[in-house]
Design a protein around this ligand. Structure first.
Ligand SMILES: Nc1nc2c(ncn2[C@@H]2O[C@H](COP(=O)(O)OP(=O)(O)O)[C@@H](O)[C@H]2O)c(=O)[nH]1
Ligand SMILES: [Mg+2]
Length: 391
């Protein structure tokens, strides 16, 4: 499953975001290290269900709104100097190696300082930490490369030395593939001989590998309490920035669960459906201000930005019957897979099951009922029947 990790300093609202996005119970509070072990849960990317192109809803969506499972990790708060082992530094950074992308959460209200200690709003500038997560990650990675360089130099004396191989071996723990390393070495100009590499060469490698393997979406949280000026300045960061209210999302999901409001994660509005007290109404009005200003609470938007924009995934629906869009049991559009754009029907076959992939014969587009080419690039919302010797 695709995996996203929440990162940022203590008290930015990571656990609140996690809890809202997964609706699971975790500790939330004003303690720097409330979350000691990485919390793993399931959240969802939101997309348009293909059943909207048919007469009846499939039963696996909310009236055409489809939620596709994505793993979400809530990791311990990061403090400046984490790459040197400060706070729970190394544990934190280790937890991030599993992630395909990072949601870097900042307290846009500026109600907590660089270490995550509560301060008076307006006395700390959150823009200062807009690049904080990648800086820590890159310095950490640069340290790993530095410490392992001796062994690369040693290996380089062997006649069958291959720099791609040596670096892949070193960086695989960080989630870098052979392909990432090759792309990095191509993008940047390096001395042939590892002994000639400078500290700057190693730092550039760390930066480039981080960009490739851990792209970041900045979540400007506590938008409900943030001066608009902070949000504006944060939005100038060189990565996607999503204003959000994690606790607003949590309140809406809780209210929706209790039947108090009609709201689906990612909606740009909600409707009050039950009895609410004056205090509740006031709370809901504050949340609505964020929705009006930013088109949602930002929680779903941040997840979707990571999945569909930054990681550039498409949602594809394998079926067994191209006429009914069902699986073997008659369920309509039972599964949705997230695959990188550019994936082919055979890639989908492998994602369903390695046996199906190995026995792949051809695929049929369930909309046109036509056979599709082996090199066809799957598109968002494709419904595909795979014909394989294994099914
Ligand atoms: N005003 C406001 N407060 C929030 C929001 N999200 C979280 N908080 C509060 O920020 C504090 C820290 O939240 P928590 O999720 O524990 O932060 P973590 O340390 O990053 O996991 C708690 O008091 C939350 O209620 C938000 O969107 N708006
Ligand atoms: Mg926490």
């Amino acid at each position: 499953m695709l995996s996203l990790a929440l990162a940022g300093k203590p008290n930015a609202g990571k656990s609140t975001f996690y809890k809202a996005a997964t609706m699971a119970d975790v500790d939330v509070g004003n303690y720097p290290f409330t979350t000691i072990d990485p919390n793993r849960g399931v959240t969802h990317a939101r997309t348009r269900c293909p059943c909207l192109d048919r007469e009846e809803r499939c039963g696996n969506c909310e009236d055409g709104v489809r939620y596709v499972p994505v793993e979400l990790l809530d990791v311990a708060g990061l403090v400046p100097g984490a790459h040197e082992g400060r706070g729970l530094g190394n544990q934190f950074l280790d937890a991030l190696t599993d992630a395909d992308a990072i949601l870097a959460v900042v307290d846009a209200a500026g109600a907590t300082d660089a270490k995550g200690e509560p301060v008076e709003v307006g006395t700390y500038d959150p823009v200062e930490e807009a690049d904080f997560v990648e800086a820590e990650l890159e310095q950490w990675l640069a340290g790993i490369i530095e410490r392992n360089w001796e062994s690369v130099v040693r290996k380089s004396r062997s006649p069958d030395f291959d720099i791609d191989e040596a670096l892949t071996e070193m960086l695989t723990g960080f989630g870098a593939t052979e392909y990432d390393v090759a792309a990095s070495l191509r993008a940047l100009d390096y001395p042939e001989d590892p002994q000639q590499w400078t500290d700057e060469d190693r730092e550039r490698l760390a930066t480039d590998i981080r960009e490739r393997t851990k792209p970041i979406v900045l979540v400007a949280n506590k938008a409900d309490a943030a001066p608009p000026e902070n949000l504006e300045r944060l939005s100038e960061a060189e990565k996607p920035v999503i204003p959000a209210t994690a606790d607003g999302e949590q309140a809406l999901r809780t209210a929706a669960e209790g039947g108090v409001v009609e709201y689906l994660p990612g909606d740009d509005d909600f409707r009050i459906a039950g009895d609410v007290s004056d205090a509740q109404r006031q709370g809901l009005d504050t949340i609505r201000e964020v929705l009006d200003a930013h088109g949602g609470t930002g929680v779903q938007q941040a997840i979707n930005t990571a999945v569909y924009d930054v990681l550039d995934m498409v949602t594809v629906y394998p079926v067994q019957s191209e006429s009914k869009w069902t699986d073997g049991t008659g369920e309509v559009l039972p599964d949705a897979f997230l695959l990188p754009r550019g994936s082919t029907p055979k890639d989908l076959a492998y994602a369903v099951h390695s046996d199906i992939g190995e026995g792949y014969l051809h695929a049929v587009d369930a909309r046109s009922k036509r056979r599709i080419a082996e090199d066809y690039q799957l598109e968002e919302g494709d419904v595909i029947k795979i014909v394989s010797t294994a099914n």
